[in-house]
Design a binder for this molecule. Structure first.
Ligand code: HEM
Length: 363
């Protein structure tokens, strides 16, 4: 009887301990939940109390700038891509000094920096040291998409700005002459899949390209002394006419260059893709079905664009303090005119110098 009672007590104790391991004794005790994905820290209500007008201010500014110069819409979307493609969406593309990502050859045709600085200056007036430059870039890309006829999506906020920006690292960003395998692999390193690649390439439905990037397709493709055979003949003739100098500009979508639509994909079906990287999406078996789907179903493109742009905005985001004192802060620099901006200089160079030396990068 005594033995039985002992076993019972031990059993009850074990069950109790097991339960303790699962449920905290005090239900109000703080539970530490570590999200697998840093993007899980981003929130749709991040600025709700801290800076309730942030999105409105950004949208109003983007609208005003685009009204003044419509070509900025495309440039602003591209700026966000180039930011996220190197070290994640951390606004490192905005840091402006010799040796920074922005000073690299790959970034030489990027535009729209003045828009971001203008927005930052306004937000600093309204909510000092609150809205990060990386969040501004992300919201701006969304608003520019909407202003050109693309879909709206909710942008989650809370990205922190990085402090490292190296020209050398910008060279990994695809420049228009890679093959599809290289594109897929590059996107994969950012956590983006083939469907994201095809969908985000659809941003080339607006905007322009310098002729220098595509001249090799027009006269002696791969040293053949003939144009690229994957170019539609009348399109080839048009490009020859438009591209007298390498600095001349041509539309990425020759048919509806100012509208965020699916004509980019139908162009590929007619051999009217400007970049080889775009045209090849229609010849590679891994990407072709997605091009077909987007070309025939505008609604599908719009929905997938919302998903893929959100994925892009989540690439390697910096959150919290990450053990670095400075990373947990928003970036603010005062220019000579006393206006706040996202450009940055000395502090960031110092951070890079120390990182190269393997020293701590906290200040
Ligand atoms: C898939 C790999 C990509 C390649 C190879 C690529 C390449 C290029 C090139 C070569 C240009 C023209 C640059 C110039 O010479 O002026 C360009 C422009 C542009 N890209 Fe991409 N890009 C890619 C992905 C993306 C993504 C993911 C987005 C946005 C989500 C994007 C948005 C744009 C826009 C909107 C422009 C026009 C910019 C303007 O008019 O100022 N691109 N891209």
């Amino acid at each position: 009887m005594m033995k039985k009672c002992c076993y019972l007590t031990i059993f009850v104790l074990l069950v109790h301990l097991e339960l303790l391991a699962i449920e905290p004794v005090n239900a109000t005790a703080k539970r530490v939940v570590v999200p697998q994905n840093p993007a899980d820290y981003l929130s749709l209500t991040y600025y709700l109390n801290k800076c309730p007008d942030a999105e409105g201010i950004i949208q109003q500014k983007v609208g005003a700038w685009i009204q003044r110069d419509f070509t900025l819409a495309a440039s602003l979307i591209r700026l966000h891509f180039h930011d996220c493609a190197v070290r994640g969406c951390d606004a490192s593309i905005l840091l402006n000094y010799k040796g920074s990502q922005r000073s690299s050859y790959v970034s030489s045709t990027l535009r729209g920096f003045q828009v971001i600085d203008d927005i930052k200056a306004e937000l600093e007036k309204r909510c000092p040291r609150t809205v990060s430059c990386s969040d501004i870039l992300t919201a701006v890309a969304r608003d520019a998409t909407v202003f050109t006829g693309g879909p709206f999506w909710e942008v989650p906020f809370g990205r922190k700005d990085g402090r490292i920006s190296l020209a050398k690292e910008a060279e990994v960003v695809p420049q228009g002459h890679e093959n599809v395998t290289a594109l897929i692999e590059f996107f994969q390193t950012k956590g983006l899949n083939i469907l994201d690649l095809v969908t985000l390439s659809g941003a080339h439905t607006i905007g322009r390209c310098t002729c220098g990037t595509i001249l090799y397709r027009l006269y002696s493709f791969n040293g053949t002394k003939n144009p690229d055979p994957s170019l539609n003949t009348s399109y080839l003739n048009l490009l020859k006419k438009r591209c007298k100098r390498s600095t001349d500009l041509v539309y990425l979508d020759a048919i509806t260059p100012e509208t965020f639509d699916t004509v980019f994909y139908t162009n590929l079906q007619r051999k009217v893709g400007l970049l080889t990287t775009d045209q090849e999406l229609y010849s590679d078996q891994r990407t072709l079905p997605f091009v077909e789907a987007m070309a025939s179903q505008p609604f599908l493109f719009q929905n997938q664009l919302i998903v893929s742009m959100t994925n892009l905005g989540n690439v390697q985001v910096l959150i919290g303090n990450e053990g670095e004192r400075e990373i947990g802060r928003e970036r603010v620099f005062l220019g000579r005119d006393g206006r706040a901006s996202c450009k940055g200089k000395a502090k960031h160079r110092e951070a890079e110098r120390r990182e190269r030396k393997g020293q701590s990068i906290g200040f």
